[in-house]
Design a protein around this ligand. Structure first.
Ligand code: HEC
Length: 254
C-alpha cells in the first residue's frame, strides 16, 4: 500500500498542476501569436489574402451592377413566365442533323426569303417612336437569358461579344430576330473585333417576349433604336429549325 498515491487529495493536486501547466502553455502560444502578427509571408497566406481581396472587389461590383433587390424584383415575373411558358411549335417536323438532306434543302429554301426579310425590316417603327417602359421592363427580365454570355451591361465577355454599342444591335431588325431564332455561327465583327464562336438558337419564348428583349438591348447601355414589334418575330418564325445563320445570311449593318 502506498499512502501518497492512494490519497485522493494528492490526486486532486496533480489535476490542478496539470491544468495550470496547460493554461500557461496556452498563454505562451497566445503571446507568441500576438507578437508575430503582421504581413503574411508564407506564399499560401499571401495568395489567400489576394484571393480574399479580389473576392471582395467582385462581390462589391456585383452588388452595384445587380443589387439583390433587383434580383428579388425580377424573380416573381420570371417564375410566372417560366410556369406559363410552353414550347413554341417548331414548323419543321424533322430532327435536323447538320449537313443532312433536310437541313440542306431548308437552308436553300431559306436563301429565297429576301422578300420576307425586306418586309420585316419595313415593319420597323419610325426612329422617333417612344419606347414603352412596360416593354423595357419585360425585356429586362428576359435579358437574364442573354446576360450570362453578353454581360449584365451588354459589355460582352469570354462567352459572347458586346451588345452595348454593337452595330448589329441597332442595325436591321431582321438580323436580330434571325440570330435569336436560328442561332449564329462563324466569324462576325463587332465594334471592330472579330469573334468566331457559336450562339445557340433561342426561339423558345413567345413573340412578345422576344420582341421585348430585343427592344431592351436596342435601347440600353447607350444603344438607341426603334423598338422591335412581335409581328416581326412572328413573320420570321418559319425559320425556326433552320441551320444557324452566318454573317453572309445577314444584312451588313455598316
Ligand atoms: C451561350 C451564350 C450566349 C447567349 C445565352 C446569348 N448569346 Fe448572343 N452571342 C453569343 C456568341 C458567342 C455570339 C457570337 C457568335 C459568332 O461568333 O458567330 C453572339 C452574338 C450575338 C449577336 C450579334 C453580335 C453582337 O454582339 O452584336 C447578337 C445581337 C446577340 N448575340 C444577341 C443575343 C440575345 C438578344 C440573347 C438573349 C436572348 C443572346 N444573344 C444570348 C453567345 C450567346
Amino acid at each position: 500500500m502506498e499512502p501518497p498515491r492512494d490519497n485522493p487529495f494528492t490526486r486532486f493536486k496533480a489535476f490542478w498542476s496539470g491544468l495550470s501547466l496547460f493554461l500557461l502553455f496556452g498563454a505562451l502560444v497566445a503571446l507568441f501569436w500576438m507578437f508575430n502578427r503582421g504581413e503574411p509571408t508564407a506564399p499560401e497566406d499571401v495568395a489567400a489574402d489576394a484571393r480574399r481581396a479580389v473576392r471582395a472587389t467582385i462581390d462589391e461590383a456585383q452588388r452595384e451592377a445587380l443589387p439583390p433587390e433587383a434580383i428579388d424584383a425580377v424573380i416573381p415575373t420570371l417564375a410566372e413566365k417560366l410556369l406559363a411558358s410552353r414550347p413554341v411549335a417548331v414548323e419543321t417536323p424533322d430532327q435536323l442533323v447538320p449537313g443532312s438532306e433536310t437541313a440542306l434543302r431548308l437552308a436553300e429554301e431559306a436563301d429565297d426569303d429576301d422578300d420576307l426579310i425586306a418586309r420585316v425590316n419595313e415593319m420597323t417603327p419610325p426612329a422617333d417612336t417612344p419606347i414603352d417602359p412596360d416593354i423595357m421592363q419585360k425585356g429586362q427580365a428576359a435579358y437574364i437569358m442573354c446576360a450570362a454570355c453578353h454581360g449584365q451591361q451588354g459589355e460582352g465577355g469570354p462567352a459572347g461579344p458586346p451588345l452595348a454599342e454593337s452595330e448589329w444591335v441597332t442595325g436591321p431588325v431582321s438580323n436580330l430576330v434571325r440570330i435569336q431564332l436560328r442561332g449564329l455561327t462563324g466569324p462576325i465583327t463587332v465594334r471592330g473585333v472579330e469573334y468566331d464562336m457559336i450562339m445557340a438558337p433561342m426561339p423558345f419564348q413567345d413573340d412578345e417576349t422576344i420582341a421585348a428583349v430585343l427592344t431592351y438591348v436596342r435601347n440600353s447601355w447607350g444603344n438607341e433604336a426603334p423598338p422591335v414589334i412581335p409581328e416581326q418575330v412572328e413573320a420570321l418564325r418559319g425559320e425556326v429549325g433552320l441551320p444557324m445563320v452566318t454573317v453572309e445570311d445577314l444584312i451588313d449593318p455598316n
